[in-house]
Design a protein around this ligand. Structure first.
Ligand code: R5P
Length: 301
């Protein structure tokens, strides 16, 4: 059987090339550009006939990416691809997992419905699973989540002196304990109340002798940075040392990273699920192991 083809969406080229190399796949070529009227032009240049194909597209700022992505996957199917996998290191819209107010769109489900019609399987990294506890609750295609808490923990254990792993909210508890175990460090979890997009309040237990350690705030997503900022403020008020902030997904809304740096953190570090200057933790080997098994399984995740 011919090697799988990996098509990297714009912005994912170096990640996609490394991924292809790691699973003995070939890099697929395609053209994506805009017509003068801003409609999308897509042209597949590598023949996908009877081949497994994978599209690598991290889905931060997803709205502009979605139509071209759907067009590409539709073209690949039309041109005879055997199975189409989507590798989205960051999966968008997972936080809209509840109708918080009457009439709101449940966009995590709408987004999943659209993607599930276009691809045959999905591979992602630590999606925001909170009220949905499993991707299968929203994705009708086979969907696999790769968990990188132990990779993050190993990085902290090697790079931070006497760390204290701090989860900013109860949602972070799911990965705080794994990170702490891999970093050989103690952990605490704070309590967060979100009152609006950028309005977050925190409470935390007394640090006691843990105040002598370096707090490492860990979260799945850093978006507005408010969750981290409020936690930083509280840690400082409780006499903690200068904290390090670690996020899996570097979403960073405008100004968020500067705000964190101005709040006086020692360092802001993320994984490379979303390309960003703060990337320091390479999750590609973890993703590649699962992708290799996925392709070897001929599409049976
Ligand atoms: C929410 O529960 C997530 O785990 C993160 O804490 C949240 O998305 C971070 O967002 P922000 O940076 O906007 O506070």
């Amino acid at each position: 059987m011919r090697a799988p083809l990996i098509f990297s969406f714009p912005g994912n080229e170096s990640f996609g090339e490394r991924l292809a190399l790691s699973v003995d796949a070939e890099c697929g070529e395609f053209v994506l550009r805009s017509f003068p009227d801003a409609e999308s032009y897509v042209k597949v240049e590598s023949d996908p006939t009877d081949r497994d194909v994978v599209v690598v597209a991290t889905l931060v700022h997803p709205n502009d990416k979605m139509l071209p992505l759907l067009f590409l996957m539709d073209a690949l199917r039309d041109l005879g691809a055997r199975r189409i996998g989507l590798v989205a290191p960051y999966l968008a819209y997972m936080r809209q997992d509840k109708r918080f107010n009457d009439g709101e769109a449940l966009t995590s489900r709408s987004f999943a419905t659209v993607l599930s019609r276009a691809a045959d399987w999905l591979l992602t990294v630590d999606p925001h699973l909170h009220r949905w506890t499993d991707l299968r609750q929203v994705y009708s295609m086979p969907a696999v989540a790769v968990h990188v808490a132990s990779v993050v923990g190993a990085w902290i254990g090697t790079n931070v002196d006497t760390p204290l792993i701090v989860g900013p909210d109860s949602e972070s508890r799911q990965w705080v304990e794994t990170i702490a175990a891999a970093a050989h460090a103690p952990s605490i979890v704070l309590t967060k109340t979100r009152q609006g997009d950028s309005d977050v309040v925190e409470s935390q237990p007394d640090l006691g002798e843990l105040a002598a350690r370096t707090p490492v705030l860990v979260d799945d997503i850093i978006s507005t940075g408010q969750t981290m900022l409020v936690a930083i403020r509280h840690l400082k008020e409780h006499g903690a040392r200068t904290p390090v902030c670690v996020g899996i997904h570097a979403v960073f809304a405008d100004g968020a990273r500067n705000a964190l740096e101005e709040a006086g953190v020692a360092r802001v570090v993320t994984t490379n699920t979303i390309p960003h200057p703060s990337n320091a933790i390479d999750i590609l080997p973890a993703l590649s192991t699962v992708l290799g098994a996925q392709l070897g399984n001929a599409g049976k995740p």
